[in-house]
Design a binder for this molecule. Structure first.
Ligand SMILES: [Fe+2]
Ligand SMILES: [Fe+2]
Length: 193
């Protein structure tokens, strides 16, 4: 799909649902993911598309996410029932597939694990995960930004590990199993490097 057309479709989709802020965030993440992909040898085009669509599920507020996921046939774990915010990564994947005709499994994977990462992450998954943390959806600079950027000078894995470690030592509400699997795998990989 043409990048410009995709961008316009996403803008229309999110603006109709009064999610203009999410649109701005999605484009920032997609464009930054594209640059990271060039730097770390992932597919820049796929990174950009995944970033553009990663938070497309913002049209559903947290209190609707369990019902929406059930309707879409998405399997949920108990951590997602405790904190429905996390479900938005899986719902975004379904919308990307069902409404934006994205069938590339690497793109869908990067969308699906952009919040928690997962144990068997790809370079593309890491790129989109990190882009979302650097170009975060809140005001001001993320509190972890300096350490994250320093870690990114070493590798994507170092940056992802730094971020998850930061999270685990701060105000994390629930530990999603994918986040834990990613943390363990990253630790192993960094120790063996
Ligand atoms: Fe997100
Ligand atoms: Fe995001």
């Amino acid at each position: 799909m043409d990048q410009e057309y995709l961008q316009e479709s996403i803008e229309q989709f999110l603006c109709e649902a009064n999610c203009l802020k999410t649109y701005t965030h999605c484009i920032a993440v997609g464009d930054y993911a594209c640059k990271l992909a060039e730097r770390f040898m992932a597919d820049p085009h796929k990174a950009q598309i995944a970033g553009y669509l990663h938070d497309i599920s913002a049209i559903y507020p947290d209190d609707q996410r369990v019902a929406v996921a059930n309707k879409m046939g998405i399997a949920l774990c108990k951590e997602e029932l405790t904190l429905p915010m996390i479900i938005h990564q899986k719902i975004s994947r379904e919308i990307a597939l069902g409404q934006f005709n994205i069938t590339d499994l690497e793109i869908l994977s990067a969308i699906e694990c952009h919040t928690t990462l997962k144990g068997n992450y790809s370079t593309l998954d890491l790129v989109v995960f990190i882009a979302d943390k650097i170009k975060w959806d809140q005001d001001g600079e993320p509190p972890y930004i300096t350490g994250l950027m320093t870690a990114l000078d070493h590798s994507l894995e170092s940056a992802a590990y730094y971020y998850i470690d930061y999270l685990l030592n701060h105000d994390i509400q629930v530990i999603h199993p994918w986040l834990n699997e990613a943390y363990v795998k990253l630790k192993q990989q960094l120790e063996s490097a």
